[in-house]
Ligand binder design. Sequence first.
Ligand SMILES: NC(=O)c1ccc[n+]([C@@H]2O[C@H](COP(=O)([O-])OP(=O)(O)OC[C@H]3O[C@@H](n4cnc5c(N)ncnc54)[C@H](O)[C@@H]3O)[C@@H](O)[C@H]2O)c1
Length: 480
Amino acid sequence: MAGRFEVGVVGSGYVGLVTGACLAHLGHRVRCIDKDEDRVRGLTSARMPFYEPGLEELVSRGVRSGRLSFAGSEGLRQLADETDVVFIAVETPQGQDGSADLSSVAAVARSIGRALAEPPPRSPWRERPLIVVNKSTVPVGSGDYVSMLVREGIEEEACKGGHYYDGEEDDAPQAFVVASNPEFLREGSAVYDSLFAERIVVGSDSREALDTLRVLYEPIIEQSFPTELDPRPKIAVPFVTTDLVSAEMIKYASNAFLATKISFINEISNLCELVGADVGEVAYGLGLDGRIGPRFLSAGIGWGGSCFPKDLSALRAVAREYEHETPLLEAAVSVNDKQRKRVVGKLQRELHTLKGKRVALLGLSFKPNTDDLRGAPSLEIAELLDALGARVVCYDPVAGKKAVCKFPADSTKVVFDPYEALREAHAAVVVTEWEEFRELDLERVASLMHKPPLLIDGRNALDAERAKAAGIRYRGFGRG
Ligand SMILES: NC(=O)c1ccc[n+]([C@@H]2O[C@H](COP(=O)([O-])OP(=O)(O)OC[C@H]3O[C@@H](n4cnc5c(N)ncnc54)[C@H](O)[C@@H]3O)[C@@H](O)[C@H]2O)c1
């Protein structure tokens, strides 16, 4: 099988756009489509829809090489006609009952089916089945659901037009096969994570799909794609092949584990505050144990974002379908919910009433190096403070513009300079650990703030001693 593929990506968001740009970098010809016409117009003129380090450069290179292009939803037909592999990378937000809302995935699956059955200007049968790869995070069993919907789309179109092909004829080659390829990239380092992946997981009942995806990803697996990084951070990348359901479960289990690990250290951090221990020291000693590892042991405000909250919720919803209890997951969520409120508790302990107090929130995005505000703790903290009568002033190095429309104009204000946010503030809260905050001139901070200046470090990101030396009352999380 040739090593260069025609690839389609449906959904040009954080996952779809990064996947498309990286696959084009590997040498494949990739067409990314999105239903958001503004987004497509922007991408066509090299305007990024969101902030992600390294992505603009990769997209521009892909477009210049002629291997990366963009189209609106109408482009789906062409994908079904001309590509070997189509990735579904649309959103799967949390539904009202906590389960994953699969309506976007379902719409795409049906459309792919309809496109496959439309009367072809090309040869009547695809030589090989189209490989429909689910990259969206979907609950266990969704692979079969996607299969069903693609088939329904085929049938719908065939009934409508009386076409000669309904995907069911005995002698017809299979029109499509479905695979799951969960995504593990982290916003803020998405390009790096995709090219230097820790693992690639693919699940399918089709040997052909698994083999094709192995060849598609070969330049990553063997780390043979061009890179300016010398030496390469990776030698080879494990390619894990499994069944559909297990692949889907690997994604949920990974996110549930990481979220639980953060909640675990936060629980320990709260105990550290009571007994006078320093959670930083504790996490260091703990993380040196090879069975535990040092990552995801940072105490603070807790996790947020577009994935952990909704994925834990979806996993719990799956368990409920089986009337199965998940006490560990419930506890991880409950600890996390309390951490955000602890910020407010710390402010109240120091400032007493928050009515009329000015509080600067430093960092709005749910993590550094992204402008993604989905599930960002900053939004909830601002709301809690606003409800208590505080005047909230926010600053973020890149998410400020996006944040403006998130806050009611008469309460929370967004400014574009950190020192402006801090001016006359009774307290500052580090919500997101942007590198920029570690480099703040703390003497200047202290001089600008209301006296005595108070800093709640929600990420234990700043040097407590430096802050104290600058005359700032410093309060971290679990720092004795
Ligand atoms: N963002 C992450 O860090 C991350 C990491 C791993 C997995 N995931 C999962 O990947 C999936 C996508 O997440 P995301 O953050 O990229 O979402 P996103 O909201 O950034 O992007 C989704 C895109 O799909 C487009 N879209 C929706 N329906 C469409 C349709 N019918 N046709 C064409 N385009 C359509 C939307 O317009 C949007 O641009 C989710 O299931 C998410 O859980 C996300």
